[in-house]
Ligand binder design. Sequence first.
Ligand SMILES: Nc1ncnc2c1ncn2[C@@H]1O[C@H](COP(=O)(O)OP(=O)(O)O)[C@@H](O)[C@H]1O
Ligand SMILES: C[C@@](O)(CCOP(=O)(O)O)CC(=O)O
Ligand SMILES: [Mg+2]
Length: 315
Amino acid sequence: MIIKTPSKVILFGEHAVVYGYRAVSIAINLMSTVEIVKKEGNMVRLNLLDLNKAQNFDLDSIYNLNPSTYNKFDDFKYCLCAIKNTLNYCKINPNFGFELNISSKIPVSCGLGSSASITIGTIKAISKFYEKELDNENIANIGYLVEKEIQGKASITDTSTITYKGILEIKNNKFKKIKGEFEDFLKNCKFLIVYAEKRKKKTAELVNEVAKIENKDEIFKEIDKVINEALKTNNKEDFGKLMAKNHNLLKKLNISTPKLDRIVDIGNRLGFGAKLTGAGGGGCVIILVNEEKEKELLKELNKEDVKIFECKMVE
Ligand SMILES: Nc1ncnc2c1ncn2[C@@H]1O[C@H](COP(=O)(O)OP(=O)(O)O)[C@@H](O)[C@H]1O
Ligand SMILES: C[C@@](O)(CCOP(=O)(O)O)CC(=O)O
Ligand SMILES: [Mg+2]
């Protein structure tokens, strides 16, 4: 059985959303793949194909995993925690094991929700494999518990966007799907996602560093005002300026980098606007394309050592 799961890009509100403020997030067509195959006996084999890592785990030991035990399995921990939470949530007592082959088109640790994508994919694969069908609410909830357990602090943004797809507005850890005029406006926007640089820190570390910033609440309130304006606009120039404003507020949370700022400047100059997306500390920039200057924009970006993704919304 093979499960394909999208990733996401946060348009506005990363980090603020962890504290109950709003975020706007879009599911995009960079997909992760989780294949599950039956194995006799009581073993679980995890193959992280992109990271060239594979390991066997005793199925019984997975039920009792906790941060002090799975942290030593670093890159396996989201997958292990997703398996643990799904087995417990669905009260599965299997008499056979499985092998999970995980691969993904999503650059790892760059703000596009690679952790949430493989988490949701694993939850879906395990529940289907043991014939315990889960609805989206259950899947998203288990996924959120995994990200919260591993990150210490998390919002539902990544896991809900990836589960429900489309465009989500999240506030106070509840979401609503954005439909109507704003959805039509966004569908008429062309965004480029630019993978600017490898992150030196994981989301968990970045979220915990922001937690220590004293005036973060004032910054979050300013970001919320930006989102208020963004949700009312249908003008690309105004929307782009609001993206740039969100980026400048994120800089005050010390989560941007000189490289991210340079790419954002190019996006502001040759697009309608740009901002970092996700936890920051490196990773990706999202640019709202101005079709009249797109050639110049690509020319400038290609002078930088970056990877450019033209992504489509997944509904
Ligand atoms: N293709 C993959 N294969 C295995 N594990 C992955 C993959 N992509 C992401 N992960 C897991 O997610 C972690 C990255 O999560 P995180 O730091 O939140 O970055 P992101 O911003 O992409 O969500 C990796 O350390 C690994 O544990
Ligand atoms: C920083 C945050 O707002 C988004 C994290 O996104 P990512 O893990 O960098 O894809 C954390 C969260 O919402 O859980
Ligand atoms: Mg993540």
